[in-house]
Write a protein that binds this ligand. Structure first.
Ligand code: SF4
Length: 350
């Protein structure tokens, strides 16, 4: 594949795209800034970015430059919620293009973003470090279930490789957003305009008395508060926990309103459905297998967590995990490390 303007328009967040902008001496013209404004608006308000039509050369430069302008505008908003909305929308847009790429081109895209990837004919492999860094917190991506060959995770499908690239894109887009800098005055003007039309979603965050919640639930709540995109299993576990903790549906829906892909109707339906079905709280072992356990509390179930009894075990395990870098939760990758010991689960139940 030739790394040309069309490629950079599809993937404007790549370092090579930045080099292209510099080599072409692309200026932020009013047309490009306006396109950046539309891009930011679509990403944040609609949560979706349109794909461009192929074959019109000049449009490629606009796509690439609009990404830069959009980044600047969102940086000026200095909001983790808006930054996450942009990162998720950009990663989904990239994913839509990746799905159309041939295997060889998919690898070029993966390698261009810095992923140690190889393979062919629908079977790929990714270096373990990148695998851990970019796989979602999901049982299907746990290292214990992976095929490890000489430090690489082998036998990955196209879908899994695309999911890994998507996560890498999200992290790349979000890196540096919100950084202070000198921006062109037209960008500042448009950023101001943007702040006036965007929903005040952050104000929707509500406080609930959570001091007695277990570390896994606190982590999910704090991820939500900064608009992290929680995997489906994490959302289900959190909703079940909050229902069992006596939080009403309206408050739970409000808590989820900071999710970058929030849809009020869908969330309301799902919360009501979980309540109606009276789902049981997953055990700590299940939470661990889903990659959302962040400590060893010895309480068997998050619902049985009692800070007076289990708090010291939780703190100690998290301290050890931090020191050794080998524990339940890798902040960056979301992947899990040491497995949960079933015997400790059976220990001190509250
Ligand atoms: S051990 Fe249980 S309560 Fe503690 S963080 Fe893990 S899942 Fe949550």
């Amino acid at each position: 594949m030739v790394l040309d303007s069309e490629f950079f328009a599809r993937y404007p967040f790549l370092p090579q795209s930045k080099e292209y902008v510099i080599s072409r001496k692309l200026e932020l013209t009013p047309e490009f800034v306006e396109a950046g404004f539309s891009r930011a608006q679509a990403a944040i308000v609609e949560g979706k970015l349109p794909l461009f039509a192929r074959g019109v050369n000049t449009a490629y430069d606009r796509e690439i430059a609009s990404y830069s302008a959009c980044r600047m505008m969102v940086s000026l908003l200095n909001s983790s919620y808006f930054s996450n909305r942009l990162a998720v929308a950009e990663s989904k847009r990239a994913s839509a293009y990746l799905e159309r790429e041939k295997d060889a081109d998919l690898l070029v895209a993966a390698q261009s973003i810095g992923i140690d990837a190889a393979g062919a004919n629908g079977a790929f492999q990714v270096g373990m470090a990148d695998y851990l860094r970019y796989t979602p917190r999901d049982v299907h991506y746990k290292l214990v279930n992976a095929n490890l060959v000489k430090g690489k995770v082998a036998g990955l499908t196209r879908e899994k490789l695309i999911r890994i690239i998507e996560e890498a894109v999200k992290k790349r887009v979000i890196a540096g957003l919100g950084a202070k800098g000198e921006y062109p005055s037209l960008v500042k003007e448009y950023s101001k305009k943007l702040s006036q039309i965007l929903p005040k979603a952050e104000q929707g965050v509500i406080q609930i008395a959570s001091e007695n919640y277990p570390p896994c639930i606190k982590k999910l709540l704090s991820d939500l508060a900064i608009s992290e995109n929680l995997p489906h299993s994490a959302r289900v576990a959190l909703a079940i926990y909050l229902i069992k903790a006596g939080v009403d549906d309206a408050k739970i829906v409000k808590l989820f309103s900071t999710a970058p892909d929030f849809n009020e109707g869908t969330t309301k339906y799902q919360v009501e459905y979980i309540r109606k079905k009276e789902y049981s709280m997953p055990s700590c072992a299940t939470m661990d297998s889903w990659g959302i356990c962040v400590a060893t509390c010895r309480c068997f179930s998050p619902l049985k967590f009692n800070p007076k009894i289990h708090g010291r075990y939780a703190e100690e395990s998290m301290r050890q995990a931090k020191e050794t870098g080998y524990g339940h939760q890798d902040e960056e990758s979301g992947a899990t490390g040491a497995g949960k010991q079933e015997d400790s689960e059976k220990g001190e139940q509250g």
